[in-house]
Design a protein around this ligand. Sequence first.
Ligand code: NAI
Length: 267
Amino acid sequence: MTNMEAHSANGTRPAAPRLYVITGSASGIGLATRQLLESQGHRVIGADLHDAEVIADLSTPEGRTTLVEDVTELSGGRIDAVLAVAGVDIAGPATAAINYYGAIATMDGLRPLLHESPAPRVAAVSSITSVHPFDQQLLDTLLDGTEEDALARAATAPQVYATTKRALSRWIRRHAVDAGWAGAGIPLNAVAPGLVRTELLKRLFEDPETQRRIEAGSPMPLGGPYEPVAAAELLAWLTSETNGHMTGQTIFLDGGADVVLRGDSTW
Ligand code: NAI
């Protein structure tokens, strides 16, 4: 019995099959989201550096163009949802190029393909580090300057990863209510995970001092670090037909880390 038939047997309405584009689909959160959506009967076009339908380096303008061209061809020009998941936590310009510019090019570049969907949705993956200390000059340049200037600043700035995630969440907040997004009926949100057991975290934890610093920076009283499928469940909901009204939000899936770090300051 397929998953969708199982839903019917239980008396719940099966979701109509949808076409999703997921960047970073070869590993971690992107792969878990791909597997979850496919298990629900949906179709996924994955984009990554390897093991994906679209092979594209989203840190480069050429890779971003390839993404849009290949997805247009593979989809016939019509998709239902975009998930900008690809990201890295390495020092310097590469992190800004993929985490911020790659994510924005994914969302903006694929947006025209959403217009014929009855329920178009977009979500990105930010991070609990979006509320960590950041570099103000890099943030300003990411949001309002050129990519060339931002990458130059990222070569020497501190806290590049946290700054790219703050910029991504702010970009979403700034744009979600624009004519091109809310005006076109497209909810635009982000998930901000705490610590998730993926290759990215495994690489960072190879250095015990880095592990200690990261764990101290993201305290997770509810459950601690978790498996990527938990993030996949939230991404799937945000980009499902069911989410018709939430937009511009960064949802913390972080075991309480945001509450510990920011306390009363938000409300
Ligand atoms: P991962 O390393 O398991 O997967 C990332 C995927 O992105 C890989 O398949 C990789 O090949 C792809 N990728 C990297 N650079 C790329 C490029 N230039 N072009 C195209 N694809 C590229 O990592 P994970 O943890 O699944 O990360 C997914 C997202 O979650 C990232 O945006 C990351 O910043 C974010 N995140 C992860 C957390 C964690 O604890 N693992 C916590 C908070 C946010």
